[in-house]
Design a protein around this ligand. Sequence first.
Ligand code: GLA
Length: 396
Amino acid sequence: MKKLLGMVLVGAMLVSGCGAETPVTEATEEVKEETAQDVKEETKAEENQEETVDITLKEVFEKHGLKVGTCVSSSELNKRSFKETVLSQFDSLTVENAMKPDSALNQAKSKEEGKVVVDFNKEVLAILEFARENGFSMRGHTLVWYSQTPEWLFREGFENSGDFVDRDEMLKRMEDLISGTFAKIEELGYTDLFYAYDVVNEAWMEDGTMRDNHWLEIIGDDYLWYAFYYADKYAPESIDLYYNDYNEQYKADTLVKFVETLKDEDGRYLIDGIGLQAHLYTSDNLPGYFKAVDKLAETGLKIQLTELDVCLGKYQAPLEATDDNLVKQGKFYYDLINGIFERVDAGKIKMDAFTFWGFCDSYSWRREYSPLLLDKNFEPKYAYYGAIQTKDKAGY
Ligand code: GLA
């Protein structure tokens, strides 16, 4: 059965707008309407669209019992072609920025109420509504993090500067952030969409030490235990609780030891899964990567790839998108996803979802490395065929 890459390639019209207007690493509250120019360009692109593929990502991942997701912002979803690609290829969404603490917490209301107040912005509401209308599941991202978290959360009177609060007050604020997030989702009626939530993001360093940050400075080493304790206390049973990190291939031993500490007094895990961000490079060593995956899976916790992109080249040394380099990337995507499917099918890893950090190179936070499945013209790359496991088109 031939299927359109769901107007994916329609995105050709996005060449001009592709990624240019939304800084991908910052939250935006603006919900943009599609302009007449957008529509004109999209129509032109649709006319030009000839590419077809046999199968979608969604169908491929479903065969292995996996949801497949991408990160999104609401301004992207307002682009017709972007939206059509999301609709045709994916069944799970992560809000790229707007559910992070710097967007999800309301300073004025926190001051007013004297406690941390969670208050999702228009962007979150638009994405959640889109998800509900179109049958998407949601990955929540993220609660306790050193980055994209406002200074005022840590300071007396919720002021931007001044003294830090003490440990007891900080624990209370952490509890309110976590309980308030799940309460807000429930109040809005979206609890049933969420299947996983990143409780803590990026708390460990490659050398096995804890990342220095305000949470650690104010609360102390046990801040991570408390984060999971509160999440376990307030999250509904149906939402799996994740620790999420990057450079996971270098942190596996640290993380194995860490998750063992996340238990209650009866020895029950307070955590359900480990999120491997998988911000990878074509120069990375795949057997080494799988060694880390296997080690983490042996904890018995669920494993998810949560932010996959595969950069051309290596850290701080992007390579040009030449045919040779793109072939290497296509094979990398093929081999990585194939290795995951083999492990899932053999019951070696417990996995229920797999998320890409976007799909079009020009929208990527690492766009200079051309890390995703479609090029800036929304044309499928070898990487796309690698992801859908069409080996002969993936560069092989
Ligand atoms: C990390 C975070 C993501 C995002 C990316 C950059 O991986 O977990 O939320 O900020 O960096 O887009």
